[in-house]
Design a protein around this ligand. Structure first.
Ligand code: AMP
Ligand code: ZN
Length: 479
């Protein structure tokens, strides 16, 4: 059965399949504005998208995931000028930081990660089309605006009444400026091209309308169409992007191409709250991954905590939720260790599944997968994982059943992006006498002194510890 997911536009659950069988599933996600470290709210949305992509791959689909980098807007321009560095040097630095955080959170890299600055010609071509077709007009200062009244189904995504439209907050990078207010024919119209202003400094590009830079919304239309075609399978972002950003993307794209169904599916994830409030610097509740690492959290626990709520409800993050995530991960690791032992396998054998291949061995973990297929219900899937874990304790569990459970567990954890055994026990958590015995035992084993190694094993057991050996090393765990 294919994955079913709620679609914001039709307000129904729909099955996820590529439009043409056998072609990759085209998925566009609005990416970060690279002017500082992404916060954990941003990562909630990116992790949910990563989880969806993984689930689709596990379902046997080839996914073409495109996620842009917003590297030109008011925030990036202002911040780079304040630092006295070029826009490129500034955004390169924050892009590298974003990538490092994504890797730590075990997010798959998108197939294409287009930069807005590198696609200015594409955006200009699209604006030219909109002007030629009568959907956009040039204001006195050389800015270009989209004429909302020419788009008859404007408002269809956010389900809003066009006649009641108030002025648009141009984008996340700040409200429309005074010049915009003056030059626009209607308060509902939004900027496609912004004429250069002195405060933009050296950041300007030539266009048929004079020097300036693109508005924010147009970059996603131009780049999604460039890499996925004029219509594609799914478009995602946080709920704040539904209006006006995505509504405007639909209007621009469908008016420029003349084709309906710019994206066949709209996927929005609800926001992360912190301690019951919206995250903000002034409240002191805005966390980055580094902030949480400094508090001793592992990136895997952060990932677990951020995906553990359903994407269609707000999730309240607390530091306690990180502790809960860490202890949940430990429980899963313990069960996996028991299954590995029953199956006669080692930790190194606990590998992610081969995706795009139908592998039907789920063991006790099929209900978890079914929960994920049902509107990407991560909390229900985790609940089913925890119902299945005790199976590992059954004395009568056969090696074959243990292998089936391991296969199912590896697959569900792949979809959730959870890697086990990433954090070895910290040295200080292992008593020094135990650590010493462990090291001597490993050295004896390496020297093929098996009698000596056995004696040390017994000593370790007397202290309540055992060594889990791999080809390349060992970990000490409590019995
Ligand atoms: P930005 O870098 O501001 O363009 O945002 C990147 C992504 O993070 C977008 O998909 C936003 O919708 C999303 N986002 C922003 N704040 C939050 C939040 N508190 N919770 C979840 N997602 C968020
Ligand atoms: Zn976008």
């Amino acid at each position: 059965m294919p994955i079913r997911l709620f679609d914001t536009l039709s307000r129904t659950e729909k099955e996820l399949r590529p439009a043409a069988p056998g072609t990759p599933f085209g998925m566009y996600c609005c990416g970060p504005t690279v002017y500082g470290p992404a916060h954990i709210g941003n990562f909630r949305t990116f992790l949910i998208q990563d989880t969806l992509r993984r689930a689709l791959e596990l379902d046997g689909l080839a996914v073409k995931h495109v996620r842009n980098l917003t590297d030109v807007d008011d925030k990036t321009i202002r911040s780079s000028m304040k630092e006295g560095v070029s826009l490129k040097a500034f955004t390169d630095k924050w892009t590298a930081k974003f990538h490092a955080d994504c890797d730590a959170l075990n997010m798959q890299r998108p197939a294409v990660e287009p930069s807005a600055v590198e696609h200015i010609p594409h955006q200009i071509r699209m604006i030219e089309k909109l002007v030629a077709r009568g959907h956009a007009y040039v204001a006195a200062d050389g800015s270009v605006y989209f004429k909302v009244c020419t788009c008859h189904d404007y408002g269809k995504l956010a389900h809003i009444d066009r006649s009641k439209l108030q002025t648009q907050n141009e984008n996340s990078a700040g409200a429309a400026n005074a010049a915009d207010e003056y030059d626009r024919e209607s308060v509902a119209d939004f900027a496609l091209w912004k004429a250069w202003k002195p405060e933009d400094g050296p950041n300007k590009w030539d266009s048929p309308w004079g020097p300036g830079r693109p508005g924010w919304h147009i970059e996603c239309s131009a780049m999604s169409i460039e890499y996925l075609g004029e219509t594609f399978d799914l478009h995602g972002g946080g709920v704040d992007l539904c209006f006006p950003h995505h509504e405007n993307e639909i209007a621009q794209s469908e008016c420029a191409t003349g084709k309906k169904d710019f994206s066949r599916h709209w996927f929005h994830s609800e926001h992360l709250m912190v301690d019951g409030a919206k995250m903000s610097k002034s409240l002191g509740n805005l966390y980055t991954l580094d902030d949480l690492k400094a508090k001793g959290a592992s990136p895997m626990a952060v990932r677990y905590a951020l995906i553990s709520g359903h994407y269609r409800t707000q999730l309240n993050f607390t530091l306690k939720s990180l502790e809960d995530a860490a202890s949940a991960l430990e429980k899963i690791e313990r069960a996996a260790e028991r299954l590995l032992a029953k199956a006669g396998l080692e930790k190194a054998d606990f590998l992610p599944p081969a995706v795009h291949e139908k592998n039907t061995a789920w063991g006790s973990y099929l209900p978890a997968w079914e929960a994920l297929q049902n509107d990407l219900n991560v909390p229900a899937a985790l609940g089913k994982v925890f119902s299945a874990l005790p199976n590992a304790n059954r004395p009568e569990l056969s090696p074959a059943d243990a292998r089936a459970d391991l296969s199912g567990l590896a697959k569900i954890l792949f979809a959730l992006g959870i890697r086990l055994f990433t954090t070895e026990k910290k040295a200080e958590e292992i008593p020094s006498d135990v650590a010493g015995l462990g090291a001597r035992r490993w050295a004896a084993k390496q020297a093929k002194d098996f009698a000596g190694a056995d004696a040390l094993r017994l000593e370790l057991e007397k202290l309540g510890w055992k060594s889990l050996d791999r080809k390349d090393g060992y970990s000490l765990v409590r019995l």
